[in-house]
Design a binder for this molecule. Structure first.
Ligand code: GDP
Length: 477
């Protein structure tokens, strides 16, 4: 029995746009009226955390169990924070210093495990989870693969240096992801540091901190002298409160793989960040194309724990194989179901590997068509600053009330891996004006299905984009 995307979304009480997006990420670009087969439908149902009731072999009745995520079941959860910034500005030092503010680590004898993420507990009992892989590459890679786990970004800028290329790239990635940011002006112990200069420089990139009349929080810190850390923690908590982050801890767990390896002694090990529900030992799960039964859970202090709730990172033992980072984990009812879903995912992945071609502008737009906010994201690279300005200026002018060009990043130079990961995370095409992509960027673009479009005449470029924008809106406009 087949079912349309819209009908399935309806039965699950999910938004059609979310379902289209999830299918797109799985490599099945469809529109809302298109029919999908039963296996795909079932997979989506479990992806969205609903139950399937099989009425007969050929028919599937989806029992929307929406109540599990109803408001009354929601409880506050810890924010998940990523640290970004230019190399040598102190990301790693700051992560270490923040880890040192954990009041719970004393019990573990100060031994910390690097499992890809850690959680710090403050004196008042509140908790914050930090992802241990700093930088915008990891952040955008995860997002491109559907694992948008970060709630808040801390942008580190060395007070004795200033905004540097990766600072500027980070700002573009943070804005493209619509994440709140807190600017940590680091190395304030150094005599040459000048925080005011940084605040002013940020204006040029549309980042206005509170002192400059804006809403972005900033804080002066020193990762090595350990000053300003309490204030930074407070600002993260304040931001988290504004976001009202919640999850239902009382349901089957869902999570995302942060890191996974094959450990000599322990076999396949994955660090999972739990997003909803509570993961327990003995739980049967599917993770990416692997499945398993939780044999043991180990926290970031190396301690065995029996369960892990929302926003908690834990290492899982008991996997059938090594999953990939960003793979989703879902607890399922039994082993047969786990194997079934894992096998299906493996076949989807296999299929994708053999058929992946760079998505055409058209297919990308049909997938985008169901998005509610009509935005047209683009990355623009050109050979000269004058061209960049002319192109961005003209693109902004072709925006209408119905659809708006959104420049995720623009700049002078060839198309790089960073451009591709940024574009990929927002499913945006990249425009090269008199410039091309380097080999590595082309390879990633092919893998991730990012469209690369080259032009040497602005008029042609605008014509194409205008047509594509009209295409995204659909024939009714
Ligand atoms: P990352 O590349 O952004 O992860 O930067 P690191 O954390 O590795 O720091 C780069 C260098 O800056 C190291 O030599 C650190 O010791 C130094 N550093 C980091 N934070 C501070 C700070 O607050 N004050 C001073 N004086 N040095 C710092």
């Amino acid at each position: 029995e087949a079912i349309t995307v819209a009908e399935l979304a309806n039965r699950m009480a999910e938004r059609t746009a979310d379902l289209v997006k999830a299918l797109f990420k799985m490599g099945t670009p469809v529109t809302s009226n298109q029919v999908i087969d039963q296996d795909t439908a079932e997979l989506m149902v479990s992806e969205f955390g609903h139950n399937i009731r099989r009425v007969s072999d050929s028919d599937v009745d989806i029992q929307a169990e929406t109540d599990v995520d109803d408001d009354e079941n929601q409880q506050p959860r810890a924010p998940v924070v990523t640290i970004m910034g230019h190399v040598d500005h102190g990301k790693t030092s700051l992560l270490d210093a923040l880890r040192g503010t954990d009041v719970a680590s004393g019990e573990a004898g100060g031994i910390t495990q690097h499992i890809g993420a850690y959680m710090v507990t403050q004196k008042d009992g509140s908790k914050i989870t930090f992802l241990d892989t700093p930088g915008h590459e990891a952040f955008s890679d995860m997002r491109a693969r559907g694992a948008d786990v970060t709630d808040i970004v801390v942008l580190v800028v060395a007070g004795d240096d200033g905004l540097r290329p990766q600072t500027i790239e980070s700002i573009a990635h943070i804005k493209a992801a619509n994440k709140p940011m807190i600017v940590a002006i680091n190395k304030m112990d150094k005599p040459g540091s000048n925080a005011q200069k940084i605040r002013e420089a940020l204006l040029q990139y549309d980042v206005q901190v509170e002192d400059m009349g804006g809403e972005t929080q900033d804080v002066e810190v020193s990762a090595t002298a350990k000053t300003g850390l309490d204030t930074l923690i407070e600002k993260i908590q304040l931001q988290a409160e504004l976001l009202e982050l919640t999850a239902n801890p009382d349901r089957d767990a869902e999570g995302v793989v942060i890191e996974a390896t094959l450990d000599k002694g322990r076999g396949p090990v994955a660090t999972v960040l739990v997003r909803r529900g509570t993961l327990k030992t003995g739980d049967i799960f599917v993770v990416g194309a692997e499945s398993g039964k939780v044999r043991a859970l180990v926290d970031d202090k190396g301690k065995q724990v029996k369960s892990a709730g929302p926003s908690v990172p834990v290492e899982i033992l008991g996997l059938s194989g090594v999953p990939l980072s960003a793979d989703p984990l879902s607890v399922v009812e039994n082993e047969a179901r786990a194997r079934e879903v894992a096998a299906y995912r493996a076949s989807v992945i296999q299929q994708k590997r053999t058929t992946t071609a760079p998505a055409s502008l058209e297919s990308m737009f049909s997938a985008l068509r169901d998005k509610q906010a009509q935005q047209f994201p683009l990355v623009v690279k050109a050979d000269a600053q004058g061209s960049v300005e002319a192109i961005v200026g003209s693109l902004n002018k072709i925006s209408t009330d119905l659809i708006q060009v959104r420049i995720l990043n623009s700049g002078v130079g060839g198309i790089t891996e960073s451009d591709v990961s940024l574009a990929s995370a927002s499913k945006a095409p990249i425009i090269g004006f008199n410039v091309r992509a380097n080999a590595k960027a082309r390879e990633i673009a092919t893998r991730d299905g990012v469209a690369l479009k080259y032009y040497d005449v602005i008029y042609d470029l605008l014509d194409d984009i205008r047509a594509a924008m009209a295409g995204q809106l659909g024939p009714e406009y």
